[in-house]
Design a binder for this molecule. Structure first.
Ligand code: 3HC
Length: 301
């Protein structure tokens, strides 16, 4: 059955090679998903060789895990590893890609400049997908020569496990782009839904209310472990584990975007701002308990 709002799949273009901008954890998870499900060459790109090597190394290690679990055989594992490569200079490796997805820093100016650079080296029909979790697709595409090939393609952590893919149509996204996005999402074995180009789309807008309220409860004096414990058996993971999985900086950015759009409904936690300023990536220490430095950051300064 055709998902609501999806154009005729006959309009979809074939994806034969994928370019990924960024080689961080999200980008590497995307590389693994694309190579595994589409079985086409996937090139990860980033600003320096160390990041690129780390990204490709992650994908290879995850393919080894799939092999160990018997999800792929040795031949397939070897082929998939051979299909994943990395590069710093996009000009050559992106010349023949037909689908680019960016997973770089969640900042409009950064995403715009990435797409402006990519547009110089890809064919005019190449899809430019963004994994933005909150930003406007219309605005991201506005200054491009071909804004009609920009589409939101929003995955959830952990990418290999979470079934949903939010597909976002910008004001100028054309039907061929949207049809290709839906066909690709289906090939990736994700549940695709078309969502409006509004701040944080659907899931992160709902999560923003939930996480904002949890942040408020803790800011009012409830200790983090107590708030975490209150969700035992209710949510698939405790709220601060979810916050650590998503990344405090991304969660804060999401809340700020939503607060700007709907100031009366979304809360930006000062404690979360302190956690991000301290560059903490997780609420938990190596022993699995709440990191004592985080507890200290919860106190009012
Ligand atoms: N990375 C990769 N794979 C993972 C993983 C991770 N971080 N965590 C778990 N998995 C895999 C496991 O390897 C296992 O795979 P297998 O079946 O092949 O062996 C499978 O997931 C199940 O793992 P567990 O048995 O440990 O399962 P759990 O019951 O603990 O579930 C979970 C793990 C699915 C992550 C569950 O805790 C969950 O659903 N948590 C909520 C996640 C969520 O809400 N994500 C959305 C965040 S919002 C977001 O991402 C938006 C963005 O824009 C910020």
């Amino acid at each position: 059955k055709r998902p609501a709002g999806a154009p005729d799949k006959a309009l979809a273009r074939k994806v034969t090679k994928v370019g990924i901008v960024g080689a961080g954890l999200m980008a590497s998870q995307l590389a693994l998903l694309f190579v595994r499900r589409l079985d086409v060459p996937v090139v990860l790109t980033d600003l320096d060789q160390e990041r690129v090597d780390k990204g490709v190394g992650y994908v290879h290690a995850e393919i080894d895990k799939l092999l160990a679990k018997g999800r792929v055989n040795q031949d397939k594992a070897n082929r998939l590893k051979g299909l994943v490569s990395g590069a710093i200079d996009k000009a050559e490796v992106f010349a023949d890609v037909d689908f680019v997805i960016e997973a770089v820093f969640e900042e409009m100016s950064v995403k715009k400049s990435v797409f402006a650079d990519v547009e110089k080296v890809v064919s005019p029909e190449c899809i430019l997908a963004t994994n933005t979790s909150s930003l406007s697709i219309t605005e991201m595409a506005a200054d491009l020569e071909h804004p009609e090939r920009v589409v939101g393609f929003h995955f959830f952590n952990p990418v290999a496990v979470m079934p949903l893919l939010e597909i976002v149509r910008g004001e100028r996204t054309d039907d061929a782009t949207l049809a290709t996005a839906f066909a690709t999402g289906r090939s990736l074995k994700k549940t695709t839904i078309l969502v409006k180009d509004s701040p944080s789309f659907i899931v992160n807008r709902l999560l923003g209310r939930f996480m904002g309220e949890v942040g408020r409860i803790v800011d009012e004096g409830t200790p983090v472990p107590v708030a975490d414990g209150a969700f035992a058996g209710v949510a698939p993971m405790p709220p601060f584990m979810l916050l650590s999985l998503v990344g405090p900086a991304i969660a804060l950015h999401n809340n700020e975007t939503l607060h700007r759009a709907f100031p009366d409904r979304f809360y930006v936690s000062p404690a979360l701002e302190r956690v991000v300023a301290a560059r903490k990536s997780s609420y938990y220490g190596p022993d699995g308990g709440i990191d004592p430095e985080i507890e200290a950051l919860q106190e009012k300064p």
